[in-house]
Write a protein that binds this ligand. Structure first.
Ligand code: GDP
Length: 484
């Protein structure tokens, strides 16, 4: 069951305003062209320039992607181990490798894709990430997975900041003098994980981008949404502005372009949606991610959620037995489905029981759902990742969303959905009593751990960043930055 739109979907709607390529096999990835039927009318449209650059990228991917002649030639060049042989194909690559939870992975993969687009590289994905169980292939005809005969396929996940091939290390070993590209090996590992040091961070400096331009293979690992820092690289800034005239929609469009649930995940999403959410007059999501460790956290977070939902008019008040309040019949018989996601079931039990034991003063009927409670985070557990992806997607289909501060799980859900969430503060950032949540200023994810590095002086700047009207500190993480 899904609400059929009152009109025939035009080809333009189905392709999300030209964001998606036409003509891909529909059966092997049902969600790609069907997702539009589950979402509210798409008000945001991708810029014509983004659409044209995506088509250009797809052509490049087809020309240079896995198992093409160009790919095989560039691989020989990689195997030769030196830059002496000229890379005549003109093809360059960036290989994304996974780290940490699914939210982190999705944000860093989208960032790596934009980096590929900006530098005319082909994006390839480490198959160890098992993302083919989660997402359809996004590009026509040629896969984005690194083929199994890639030279160090099993070792892609072993690179880290201390690897001899890491860009930061190469800089250190060069005694911080300016590297020249001919002194670099045919492949370089780029470490953009939150623990990156000042040498790794110079990836975001103009000069270093010029050097890296000539390295045909980059292997990248990041757990960060690093696009706001790509914006600080001079040659990228104008291009990002051209691609996204509204910077507050960068992940929204990249996410909708790249991440289509596989048929299995789509089955989970649509079955759950059609059974529990579709008929409700309004759908609300509450994404609960408790990162605090103190023993009082359950009650505190529950109070915080209820305080936020009450003050922001997201959930109606209950009729208390001791006070007789006449039901405001305005919303009588309206139903509101509340979708809770959390690793544990205790919040769900509590909130469901509240609305089972009491009526609401508006007369609304509140139905509370939670698809799973996995108890512990296990990032390499395939089924947990499948459930996590299905739940992020379900949250993105709601009308209003409350998310937990700092959580990349929540960022993906709201940004994909085009929603500005109400963000619950983390305990340590709880500014003033009575301030339990805040409405986000944009639908963009927060970039955690920006480099805070001055490329001219070559030094750490402390937690200061040149804020511009389009880049501000995040609501939930003061030293993070985000596009607005
Ligand atoms: P973050 O740690 O909140 O930034 O989010 P991540 O998605 O990066 O990592 C958390 C991981 O824990 C997820 O990928 C899931 O594996 C698991 N997880 C956390 N919260 C939930 C939840 O509400 N539902 C499910 N199914 N898994 C969750």
């Amino acid at each position: 069951y899904f609400a059929q739109p009152p009109f025939e979907l035009s080809q333009q709607d189905k392709l999300l305003g030209g964001l998606l390529p036409a003509g891909l096999d529909e059966e092997s990835c049902i969600s790609r062209y069907q997702s539009v039927m589950y979402r509210k009318e798409q008000k945001l449209q991708p810029s014509p320039y983004l659409v044209s650059r995506l088509r250009k990228y797809e052509a490049l991917h087809k020309q240079c992607g896995p198992l093409t002649d160009s790919y095989k030639q560039t691989l020989e060049y990689l195997n030769s181990g030196s830059q002496q042989n000229y890379n005549s194909t003109g093809c360059k690559y960036v290989i994304w490798t996974p780290i940490h939870g699914l939210g982190n992975r999705i944000l860093s993969l989208a960032s790596t894709f934009l980096y590929a687009l900006l530098t005319n590289r082909v994006l390839l994905v480490d198959p160890e990430s098992k993302i083919s169980h989660l997402f359809c292939e996004p590009f026509p005809e040629v896969s984005w997975l690194v083929p199994s005969d890639f030279p160090f396929i099993k070792n892609l996940s072993r690179f880290y900041s201390n690897s001899p091939q890491s860009y930061g290390n190469l800089k250190k070993n060069n005694n911080h003098s300016y590297l020249i590209s001919s002194s670099l090996p045919p492949y370089v590992y780029v470490h953009l994980v939150h623990d990156y040091d000042d040498d790794d961070k110079q990836f975001f400096c103009d000069h270093d981008q010029t050097v890296l331009q000539n390295v045909p293979w980059l292997i990248m690992r990041s757990n960060i949404y690093f696009i706001p820092s790509l914006f600080s690289v001079s040659p990228f800034q104008q291009e990002i502005n051209n691609l996204f005239p509204n910077l507050g929609t960068v992940f929204h469009f990249l996410g909708r372009y790249l991440f289509h649930p596989t048929n299995y995940v789509w089955g989970l999403v649509t079955t759950y949606y059609n059974t529990n959410l579709a008929r409700a007059d309004e759908k609300m999501g509450i994404q609960i991610r408790v990162l605090d460790k103190d023993s009082n956290r359950f009650k505190r977070v529950l109070d915080q959620i209820l305080d936020c939902a009450g003050k922001e008019n997201l959930l109606p008040q209950l009729i208390n037995e001791t006070k007789s309040i006449a039901i405001q019949s305005v919303k009588l018989n309206r139903t509101k489905a509340v979708l809770i996601t959390s690793l544990t079931s205790d919040y769900f039990e509590e909130i469901k029981t509240m609305y089972w034991n009491h009526s609401t003063i508006t007369g609304e009927v509140i139905q509370v759902y939670q698809p799973s409670h996995e108890e512990n985070e296990q990032n390499e557990n395939e089924m947990q990742n499948i459930k996590a992806w299905a739940e992020m997607y379900l949250l993105s289909l709601t009308d209003k969303l409350v998310t937990s501060g700092w959580s990349t799980f929540g960022y993906v859900a709201h940004s994909l959905g085009g929603l500005k969430p109400w963000i619950l503060y983390l305990y340590e950032d709880y500014k003033a009593p009575g301030m339990s949540c805040q409405r986000a200023v944009s639908m963009e994810p927060c970039m955690h751990a920006p480099p805070y590095f001055d490329c001219t002086r070559k030094q750490y700047t402390g937690n200061t960043v040149k804020l511009i009207p389009q880049i501000q500190h995040c609501e939930d993480k003061l030293w993070g930055i985000k596009f607005i």
